[in-house]
Design a protein around this ligand. Structure first.
Ligand code: ADP
Ligand code: ADP
Length: 568
């Protein structure tokens, strides 16, 4: 293992303090502002703290073009990915302007003296930086929504983004370097991850630290990762627990990195190594398919499994970080050990569980992950954050004319759910109007407000794992669809209680139809107010030929089929 001297380069620091800050704060209140995206916010933070050193600004055209074509800044420094601030051309930002950069909540972050603006082309950037224009690549599909004009210029940062979670684990490059220095480690190997730590990662990190004979920097990304990844709250709970219990406290540092990943494979791996160098690492782990974005639209991986290693190896000396490469690691059940694929004895059995299998075959079914694959602490944190379907929330939404049978069927459904171990909340239209929607009338606007209130409450209940049954006429398609969106497509079941008006009128359980016909009440659905039947209900019930019990049974079997009810 070659000994690499720690990076002696200059760490960028864009934060201004003291009088300069006070004066800028005052001035910024009157400056034109732009709101930056969550991606740009991560980039700004890492620019400000020097994590992207020597880059000290969102790139101008010369840097941008050379980075795309040669992976170098205009002055020749290696930098593999573009970091730009694209804004909408209609924002009319011009060279010479001084503008304020604000976050989504309009909080002031920084002031930029714009030196240039330039147009960019998403296809060109995707092709050159990512090597693909396939919209299956998560960044390609995101890029088309970015602004058409990049702005660049000197930035003075007034405030870093404020976090309330895991604040003790969030550190700037200077802070990480100083802790590593205190540890007395001459060599530091950094580990990048966007996934929960399983046994295989523990094995990689432990071996890397032993090989390097130095400290280990566990440096997970908590900015933007691949859509669909395990949320960072659960991941950090896992990292923290495992580092406390299974790693050498004298030689291990866990620190969070607010990076917005690009999922750019090889170029991203090189970028990761540069960033970790700035945090004080001398070595960097690159395994199989580093920062890979999954499969393209032809079902093939975007990058070769070891392309990232090749690229990092080629530039390691120049960036001042040695690579610690690993081939694919697999588990040998007979030896109860993890080995590199090249070391599998002939004929040996191997086991592996993919991220998709973790989600679909274990968590979704409530099956505990096996101990050979992950620590019990990890298994239980994941099980808590991702409960099985039968412990997730859902909403059954009845719609139909007054007297169609919504409340009657809903009541049967409540007991059938209890019989299967699920409590539920019934939001009955008539009952809701006595409290939640008290005072609302029957105009289109009031009816919509009423339905959206029910939808909002239902979405909160479902989000927290509850079963909720809504039974209101809900005559308007648009309002019902809005509720479907609120609750979530895959957990919202629209049940159309399709009873003809004549039958409802004949039943007239509440005497309402008679009063409407006599003109004592107006705007009554079906008489002098419209009812828009669902076009594609999840369940279509006809109460003239089916009993309430049979109707409720049909809903139960759908819920069962979708996994929302336990078998027992
Ligand atoms: P990323 O998307 O950044 O690669 P991961 O959390 O998936 O994040 O992986 C972190 C690191 O561990 C990467 O360097 C990756 O190549 C390596 N790695 C993950 N699983 C394996 C494995 N089974 N064998 C070898 N390397 C692996
Ligand atoms: P809504 O809640 O849709 O206004 P209700 O459930 O209050 O309707 O009233 C429906 C009436 O129709 C009840 O008196 C119920 O007994 C009767 N009914 C007859 N057959 C059925 C059926 N198959 N499903 C539901 N209700 C039925």
């Amino acid at each position: 293992m070659p000994l690499i001297r720690p990076y002696g380069g200059y760490l960028v620091n864009l934060l201004v303090t003291g009088d300069e800050r006070r004066a800028l704060l005052e001035e910024a209140a009157h400056l034109p502002s732009i709101q930056i995206s969550s991606r740009a916010l991560c980039d700004l933070e890492l620019l400000a703290t020097g994590a992207f050193s020597p880059l000290n600004r969102f790139m101008g055209r010369a840097d941008y073009q050379r980075v795309l074509h040669d992976m170098r800044l205009a002055d020749g420094t290696l930098f593999p990915l573009p970091i730009t601030l694209p804004v909408d051309g209609k924002a009319l930002v011009r060279a010479g302007d001084r503008i304020a950069l604000r976050d989504a909540r309009n909080e002031l972050l920084a002031v930029m003296d714009v030196e240039e603006t330039f147009g960019w082309d998403a296809d060109e950037e995707a092709h050159l930086a990512l090597g693909t224009t396939d919209p299956r690549h998560p960044l390609v599909s995101e890029m088309i929504s970015w602004g058409d004009t990049c702005v660049s210029g000197a930035v003075r940062v007034l405030r870093l983004p404020r976090y309330h979670d895991f604040v003790d684990l969030r550190r700037t490059p200077a802070e990480v370097r100083s802790i590593l220095y205190e540890m007395g480690a001459e060599r530091v190997v950094a580990f990048q991850t966007r996934n929960p730590l399983h046994r295989v990662h523990e094995e990689l990190t432990r071996r890397a630290a032993a090989e390097v004979q130095g400290a280990l920097l566990i440096h997970p990304v908590v900015g933007l990762t691949r859509p669909g990844d395990v949320d960072h709250y659960s991941r950090v709970r896992i990292y923290r627990t495992l580092v406390e219990r299974y790693y050498d406290p004298q030689r291990t540092l866990l620190s969070l990195l607010p990076l917005a990943m690009r999922m750019a494979g090889p170029r991203e791996a090189l970028w990761h190594a540069i960033i970790r160098r700035n945090y004080g690492a001398t070595h960097f782990i690159v395994g199989r398919d580093h920062a890979g974005p999954g499969l393209n639209s032809r079902g093939k991986p975007f990058y070769g499994p070891y392309d990232a290693q090749e690229l990092v190896a080629r530039h390691a000396a120049e960036i001042g970080v040695a690579m610690v490469p690993f081939r694919e690691y697999v588990y040998l059940p007979d030896a109860d050990a993890y080995v590199e694929e090249t070391a599998i004895p002939p004929g040996a059995r191997t086991l592996s569980i993919s991220g998709t299998q973790v989600r679909d075959e274990y968590l979704a079914r409530g099956t505990m992950l096996p101990a050979w694959f992950t620590r019990p602490e990890t298994a239980s944190i994941l099980a808590q954050s991702y409960p099985p379907r039968h412990r997730q929330g859902f909403c059954v939404w009845f719609t139909g004319l007054s007297g169609a049978g919504k409340s009657t069927i809903a009541e049967v459904l409540v007991t059938l759910l209890l019989e299967r171990g699920r409590q539920s909340t019934l939001l009955d239209g008539d009952v809701v109007r006595t409290h939640l929607s008290k005072g609302l009338g029957f105009s289109r606007e009031d009816r919509d407000t009423n339905i959206l209130r029910i939808g909002f409450v239902a979405s909160e209940i479902a989000r927290h794992g509850g079963a909720v049954i809504c039974a209101a006429i809900s005559p308007y398609r648009a309002a019902r669809n809005a509720c479907r969106k609120l609750v979530g497509e895959d957990r919202f079941f629209e049940v159309f209680v399709d009873t003809p008006l004549e039958v409802c009128e004949q039943r007239d359980t509440k005497g309402m139809y008679a009063r409407a016909r006599r003109g004592e009440i107006t705007g009554f659905t079906g008489i002098d107010d419209p009812y828009e039947p669902p076009e594609m209900p999840d369940v279509h019930l006809t109460t003239t030929t089916t009993t309430p019990e049979e109707c409720a049974w049909r809903i139960v079997s759908l819920l069962q089929e979708r996994g929302f009810l336990n078998d027992r």
